[in-house]
Design a protein around this ligand. Structure first.
Ligand code: GDP
Length: 527
């Protein structure tokens, strides 16, 4: 690869922000875009609480500033780094795609509400990042409000998520009493509201060799300052040591405190994050060999397919993480699954393009291709003789289930075709009961069912009846352990599309009861 392209690849930082709804992901994203000059004023990305408007807000920003902003990928430049933030939606938008998006990033930022600590969605998304072993950075938000004690929050991280933590900075007070941040990493104190808490309005005070403010300072008079120093001392003695290697392996999470809403501590976070966040990392192929991102030929994989919900267009967009080389509009690629050649300009179009500057898409970047049915989730495309196929994306254990059937029995054919294709594409998971061959759909988020129903009607002209059977705990068993008598009213025995048997348990209690009764049957969740 030529040097200028190597530099391009090396400048990429591709990450996702994971959090539970309302922790402040939108607010912090907006601050990051502000630093990058991608938007001009805070509050541009609002109206979010109504959910549906978020996408159009981003589109509006895209128009105004000519940056690559879609609801799924935001790209901006900051201090010579090209930053790609991938959205992992919460609320009703949560789906398997949300998990798969984490397969396409090189690191993750976990935003936590200081008043609430670790919440369920954060934990689920964290576990996927954990499985991948990518670096995870923690931002504990809403410091301008009274929340849990910082030490308690660190403890929660270690206990609930079982990850070591290292505080990069430490709050001096919180809520109304927030005086500043003791920036352990940069050896300085960031002053909150300098006009009130600072001396001569200064925003930053350097620390001396002893880690204290030299001489006189109003903050030093506060017991909160003494408290912070004591906490830091305790952490230095009893806490984890800083280790770049552990951060890189996702074994230690650097923790930053701050307030996204009042833009306090966010830029420090971004600057330090960029020091440690990795540039594009190598992805493994099916044989376990790594594909170097600096390889000349282009390669990438599909991690998400978004069906366009606009009835005027039936297009779908396949999101591709570029793993090596450079994308070029109109290039010829091979689809690894079929070995067929595809000319990208004919069937596809580059979506995440800046409107102001012509920009390159290289390893680390995400491109969106208009898809007319060529792609499935997990597909690899490559250029020339590279002949690579990236390892399969993991399947995620569904939690919500629906019985589904065709409304019109005369239209069984289109029903089956639609179900088959949508399942293949990775939009939803399908199970069948053993005796009656009932169809049961599985998903990780409600939206997947809605998309399924909509697409069945509009793309396959098949009206479906869906009957919720609620949330279940799915556990696979070995085919040789299968005994239909194990099925009871508290579990449903089904098989997946590869004919593997699994039980859908009513609840934890039913699962434990089963485990006690059949101690030799191994139950496994796919993840
Ligand atoms: P998301 O659901 O994670 O994207 O959360 P939002 O960014 O929409 O934030 C949820 C709510 O918390 C909004 O009302 C924000 O204004 C508020 N919020 C976000 N960050 C902060 C913060 O640092 N301090 C306070 N007090 N509120 C915040």
């Amino acid at each position: 690869m030529e040097q200028y392209l190597k530099d391009e690849v090396a400048s990429r930082r591709t990450f996702a922000i994971i959090s539970h709804p309302d922790a402040g992901k939108t607010t912090i994203t907006e601050q990051l875009l502000l630093f990058g000059g991608a938007i001009r004023q805070a509050g541009t990305v609002k109206g979010k609480k109504t959910g549906k408007f978020a996408t159009s807000d981003w589109m509006e920003i895209e128009k105004q500033r000519g940056i690559s902003v879609t609801s799924s990928v935001m790209q901006f430049e900051y201090k010579e780094k090209k930053i790609n933030i991938l959205d992992t939606p919460g609320h009703e938008d949560f789906s398997e795609d949300t998990y798969r998006t984490l397969m396409a990033v090189d690191s993750a930022v976990m935003v936590i509400d200081s008043g609430k600590g670790i919440e369920p969605q954060t934990k689920k998304l964290f576990q996927v990042c954990r499985m991948r072993g990518i670096p995870i950075f923690t931002f504990i938000n809403k410091l301008d409000r009274d929340g849990k004690e910082p030490l308690e929050l660190l403890e929660e991280l270690e206990e609930v998520l079982e990850i070591d933590s290292y505080p990069m900075n430490w709050p001096i007070g919180m809520g109304r009493g927030l005086l500043g941040l003791y920036d352990n990493y940069n050896k300085r104190i960031e002053i909150h509201r300098p006009e009130v808490n600072g001396k001569d309005n200064e925003r930053v005070v350097e620390l001396n060799a002893a880690g204290e403010i030299e001489g006189d300072h109003p903050i030093k008079k506060s017991s909160l300052y003494t408290q912070a120093l004591e906490d830091i001392e305790l952490l230095n003695e009893a806490g984890n040591a800083f280790s770049e290697e552990k951060i890189a392996n996702g074994e230690l999470t650097p923790v930053f405190f701050g307030s996204a809403l009042t833009n306090f501590g966010v830029q420090t976070f971004l600057d330090t994050f960029l020091e440690f966040a990795p540039s594009p990392t190598a992805h493994k192929d099916t044989a376990g060999e790594e594909v170097d991102p600096y390889t000349n030929e282009f390669s990438g994989f599909v991690f998400k397919i978004q069906a366009n919900m606009n009835p005027a267009h039936r297009d779908r967009i396949a999101f591709i993480r570029i793993c090596s080389g450079e994308f070029d509009r109109g290039m010829d690629v091979t689809l690894a699954r079929t070995k067929k050649k595809i000319k990208l300009s004919n069937s596809t179009q580059f979506m995440a393009e800046s409107r102001e500057t012509v920009q390159r898409a290289v390893a680390g970047d995400i491109i969106g291709l208009y898809d007319t049915g060529n792609f499935q989730i997990g597909d690899t495309i490559f250029e020339g003789k590279l002949n690579v196929e990236f390892e399969k994306l993991p399947q995620f254990t569904p939690e919500l289930f629906m019985k589904v059937s065709a409304k019109n029995v005369m239209k069984q054919k289109s029903f089956h075709k639609g179900v088959q294709q949508l399942v293949q594409e990775g939009a939803i998971q399908l199970y069948k009961t053993y005796h009656t061959e009932d169809y049961i759909l599985g998903a990780v988020g409600q939206l997947q069912f809605e998309v399924f129903q909509y697409r069945m009607l509009h793309e396959y002209n098949s009206e479906v009846i869906m009957t919720p059977i609620g949330s279940k705990i799915a556990r696979w068993i070995k085919p040789e352990d299968l005994d239909v008598n194990m099925s009871s009213s508290r579990n449903l025995l089904v098989r997946d599309r590869y004919d593997h048997p699994l039980f859908l348990f009513e609840n934890q209690f039913a699962m434990r009861w089963f485990a006690d009764k059949y101690p030799n049957v191994e139950l496994s969740s796919l993840l």
